[in-house]
Design a protein around this ligand. Structure first.
Ligand code: FHN
Length: 440
């Protein structure tokens, strides 16, 4: 009989993977790039002579720009200098292992070709290129995990708007305002968009939700969305802002049962680590997530390296932000700092990747990390007397300076002190590798 009967291939069983298996690459990665990019890069914090206070990506809300007026930026969005390969190599050279890009921020403009809306880079802008697709492919070519940020808040969609301010999104700031149509937005717009991102762009490392604070979004939706993603890509990690557990900018969950795989401290580093809790501090290099033309208050590379070491020494990850310009370039000030971080990580990365918090209190002169029974002493400030007093429980074998193996370090076992090389190195952070005789 004609064509052979086509048997439908057996449905691939969804691999049920454990949480530890799912989190393994992320726990080892330690360091990722956050990218805040959207129409807000065009005003870059300034509109009709007014400069937005704080984050530039909030300009639509903070300067009360009506939806119809803000939409005009879409026709101006033409980042001709966007080069996904270049962005990925900047991240990779910095020692970053994953990239999280704002696929859709609160403004509602989608950086991918969505079938749910024309308010996206393919339909509404002259750029007409699928940015999410290009970045995902560049990440895969370079072995960097591709991840997406997705905003639950949507200042452009009428069913996600606060009804008291039909043309403004200012109502989003009023946490008592409810939009009766929000469940329709959630079911018919938000979920289909998340499904597009999880089914049309290959493996997604992390879905980084944001906008969890709006009253219309419920914990029932959050838990359902988490399971929805788990079904689409069992290996994908989801942050805690998918649900309603986050206790403010500290980023950790309050008491209760909430969905999400890791906590999200924002623009801050927790005082201490938390045993058994996965968390990631997201930090900016200046004061704004989105590109802000007037904000030149850049953190030094030394501060950024200290931030990375501090976070890893407490068992967390650092998600460090860049805000590309409307032309599609990562600001030079960010590029320079990331290159300097990369130089440091190239020499000292073994004390960061896969390293964990040590059982010791942080010493005055710096921070400890630990991995495979090796203690890494990160020296922020060299003591004047050249003697690093180590924790009395430290019982090392060999000690060496990661940056300069030739430097002689004397170890006085009795007092657990490491003597420094004659000339203290001028690295932002020097790392002493202390091989421990006994497992801690
Ligand atoms: O409102 C957003 C803000 O624009 C930015 O995206 C940060 C990044 O974590 N999250 C929200 C503020 O908490």
């Amino acid at each position: 009989i004609g064509a052979a009967c086509k048997s439908t291939p057996p449905k691939k069983p969804q691999l049920s993977i454990s949480e530890d298996q799912r989190m393994e690459w992320w726990r080892d990665a330690g360091f990722g790039m956050f990218i805040h990019w959207g129409l807000y890069a065009i005003p870059a914090g300034v509109y009709k002579g007014d400069t937005v206070r704080g984050n530039a990506e909030w300009i639509m809300d903070k300067l009360d720009i009506p939806v119809k007026e803000y939409e005009q930026f879409a026709s101006q969005f033409n980042p001709v200098k966007f080069d996904a390969e270049k962005w990925v190599s900047i991240a990779k050279d910095a020692g970053m292992k994953y990239i999280v890009i704002t696929s859709k921020h609160h403004e509602g403009f989608c950086l991918w070709d969505s079938k749910t809306t024309d308010y996206d880079v393919m339909e509404a802008s002259p750029f007409n290129r699928d940015i999410i697709k290009e970045l995902a492919e560049a990440c895969r070519r370079e072995g960097i995990k591709f991840c997406v940020y997705y905003s639950i808040v949507d200042w452009h969609h009428p069913q996600a708007q606060a009804p008291l301010f039909p043309n403004y999104n200012a109502g989003q700031r009023d946490s008592t305002v409810f939009n009766p149509d929000f469940p329709k937005y959630y079911e018919n717009y938000l979920k289909p968009q998340v499904k597009e991102l999880l089914t049309e762009y290959g493996d997604i490392g992390v879905v980084w939700f944001d906008g969890d604070w709006i009253p219309d979004y419920t914990t029932e939706m959050g838990k359902e969305l988490y399971s929805f993603i788990r079904d689409l890509q069992p290996q994908t990690i989801v942050n805690n802002r998918v649900d309603k557990g986050r206790a403010g900018m500290s980023g950790m969950n309050k008491e209760g049962v909430y969905a999400g795989d890791f906590g999200t401290p924002e623009k801050e580093i927790p005082d201490t680590g938390m045993d058994g809790v996965d968390w990631e501090s997201c930090l900016t290099m200046n004061g704004s997530w989105g590109f802000k033309s007037t904000d030149h208050n850049w953190k030094s590379e030394k501060t950024l390296i200290h931030n990375l070491v501090e976070i890893v020494s407490k068992g967390g990850n650092l998600l460090l932000n860049v805000g590309p310009t409307a032309e599609g370039e990562i600001p030079q000030a960010s590029v320079e700092r990331l290159a300097a971080m990369g130089d440091w990580v190239e020499v000292n990365g073994e004390s960061i990747y896969g390293a964990e918090a040590s059982p010791f209190e942080k010493p005055e002169w710096g921070r400890y990390t630990i991995k495979d029974n090796v203690l890494y002493a990160h020296v922020f400030d060299w003591p004047a007397d050249g003697k690093l007093a180590l924790h009395p429980e430290v019982n090392p074998g060999r000690v060496s300076l990661l940056a300069d193996e030739s430097a002689t370090l004397k170890f006085d076992g009795a007092n657990a002190t490491v003597e420094l090389p004659e000339q203290a190195p001028d690295d932002a952070v020097s790392v002493i590798k202390i091989e421990l005789k006994n497992a801690l």
